[in-house]
Design a protein around this ligand. Structure first.
Ligand SMILES: Cc1cc2nc3c(=O)[nH]c(=O)nc-3n(C[C@H](O)[C@H](O)[C@H](O)COP(=O)(O)OP(=O)(O)OC[C@H]3O[C@@H](n4cnc5c(N)ncnc54)[C@H](O)[C@@H]3O)c2cc1C
Length: 458
């Protein structure tokens, strides 16, 4: 890109413009997934809304492939692009807690740890995911599945309003009354419709939670998973627990005898009183013979950052996902088979419950379609060493091929890599056509296409 063109971007831009020749370029283009190695032509690290407007206009006028980067955690690295423009929001961090209104206004560069930090002192939280370093923007716009889903719904179910910059450069607010079509679309439809510059969330009373893991040896997988599939869909909404296959990390938090053992387990996060949580989870925690049952009262942000140390930025990640309404006996057998073959210490499989409060809205009430499913499943092959890329990829694909026939058909878009249009459409099901119409209205040229792309209706 010639210097005259770049000078145009720099005119009136208060943030940082980063180009390939700049010393900070290689650091700036890094995303969370070390498997992604993209080289943008220019990165516009915005400092405010005016900068975002300038960047959108610059991308459009120069016909640049343009990506939007929030927390940089996207599975397929969709916050960054090759040879184009990256609108990097990572420096725009601010959380304003309004205790009277019980809301939090969150800037687009925040990660969930920023929200927890601001809200927890007031005994409040917004439903998010299971790691504190994930971006608020990308996670929310795809739906937001995590520790509080069964009690308070998805992150989007707590989203009250967004401010956005559309492809034509205009600034709009979208909520239930104003630009209601856009508000419907951004609740699950990802970054297809514009750059969200501010998120307004409802705050919920969450302070201490009853949380921690219960682990069982792999030879008990079938009994545990069969009990879990019945237990969790009927459990009180205060009870959240996701099922996982994992390798016990060799850290002091776990007994040495378990270090590096493959196990299946449930990671709990229960709201409500400790007694009620203890009583409600006891039947499941009494199944078979757990090798570890480490559940107790902890501050919510501690649960939310439990995995941060295990999963620092830069590891190799290969993802596959599906929604599940049921976990049949046949699929239990497949899970047991592939769970026993975890290829590396960091690789894992999670089944996140999306029952309880998530089911209070219908499949067409927001763009997030799979309200009738009971689990968002994800298989991730993970390892620090790029030499193990093929090994983790092969396991992940084989596992996915084995259980996909038992799935509901589509996947949670935030757990997908770049898997093609068919897969995107399967994930939005009946909502796809409406999303395509809204996309045509607000982004007819498909300017925002570095995402799980909704193609503008013909
Ligand atoms: C370790 C790890 C754990 C995770 N755990 C969970 C979990 O528990 N629950 C869950 O639901 N998801 C989880 N995810 C998935 C996560 O939701 C997605 O990776 C999400 O895309 C991350 O958002 P981000 O802002 O960090 O990503 P980025 O890579 O910065 O952005 C991803 C996409 O979001 C869009 N986007 C970002 N910012 C904006 C904006 N301001 N306006 C418009 N579009 C924007 C763009 O389309 C972009 O392509 C996890 C991911 C990782 C890596």
């Amino acid at each position: 890109m010639n210097s005259g063109t770049i000078a145009k971007l720099q005119e009136g831009f208060r943030g940082e413009v980063i180009q390939p020749a700049d010393a900070g370029y290689d650091d700036a283009r890094k995303v969370y997934n070390g498997m992604i190695d993209k080289r943008p032509a220019v990165m516009a690290r915005c400092s405010d809304i005016a900068d975002i407007m300038t960047a959108v206009q610059f991308g459009r006028e120069n016909n640049l492939l343009t990506s939007i980067r929030g927390g940089g955690h996207n599975a397929g690295g969709l916050g960054i692009c090759d040879d184009g423009l990256v609108i990097d929001l990572s420096r725009m961090k601010n959380v304003h807690v309004d205790l009277k209104a019980k809301t939090a206004r969150v800037a687009p560069g925040c990660v969930w740890g920023d929200v927890d930090h601001a809200a927890h002192p007031f005994g409040m939280a917004v439903p998010s995911g299971i790691i504190s370093t994930t971006g608020v923007a990308g996670l929310t716009l795809g739906g937001g599945v995590g520790h509080l889903s069964r009690k308070y719904g998805l992150s989007i179910d707590n989203l009250l309003s967004v401010d956005m910059i559309l492809a034509d450069g205009s600034f709009v607010t979208a909520d239930a009354k104003e630009n209601a079509d856009l508000f419907w679309a951004v609740r699950g439809g990802g970054g297809n419709f514009g750059v969200v510059t501010s998120f307004l969330f409802r705050l919920n009373p969450v302070d201490m939670v009853h949380a921690g893991p219960t682990f069982w040896p792999l030879d008990q997988t079938e009994a545990v998973l069969k009990a879990y599939r019945e237990f969790i869909v009927q459990a009180p909404e205060d009870v959240n627990g996701f099922f996982a296959f994992l390798t016990v990390p060799p850290v002091p938090m776990f007994p040495e005898s378990l270090h590096n053992q493959k196990v299946c387990g449930i990671v709990w996060c229960c709201t409500g009183t400790p007694d009620a949580a203890e009583k409600a989870t006891r039947p499941m925690r009494s199944v078979g013979k757990p090798v570890l049952d480490h559940v107790g009262q902890v501050p919510f942000p501690a649960v939310q950052s439990l995995f941060d140390g295990l999963y620092p930025p830069g590891l190799q990640w290969y993802w596959r996902a599906d929604f599940f309404k049921e976990i049949s006996d046949a699929s239990v057998a497949k899970h047991a088979e592939y769970g026993a073959k975890l290829p590396t210490m960091h690789s894992t499989m999670h089944l996140y419950p999306i029952s309880g409060a998530v089911h209070r809205l219908g499949s067409q009430d927001t763009a997030f379609s799979y309200r009738d499913a009971n689990w968002a499943g994800v298989i991730v092959g993970v390892d620090p060493d790029p030499a193990n890329r093929d090994k983790i990829t092969r396991w992940c694909r084989d596992y996915f091929d084995a259980i996909h026939p038992y799935s509901s058909g589509g996947a949670y878009v935030n757990f997908m890599m770049e898997e093609g249009q068919e897969r995107v459409q399967a994930s939005f099901r009946d909502n796809y056509q409406r999303l395509a119409e809204i996309k045509k209205k607000h982004d007819p040229t498909n300017f925002f296409r570095v995402n799980q792309n909704i193609v503008p209706a013909a």
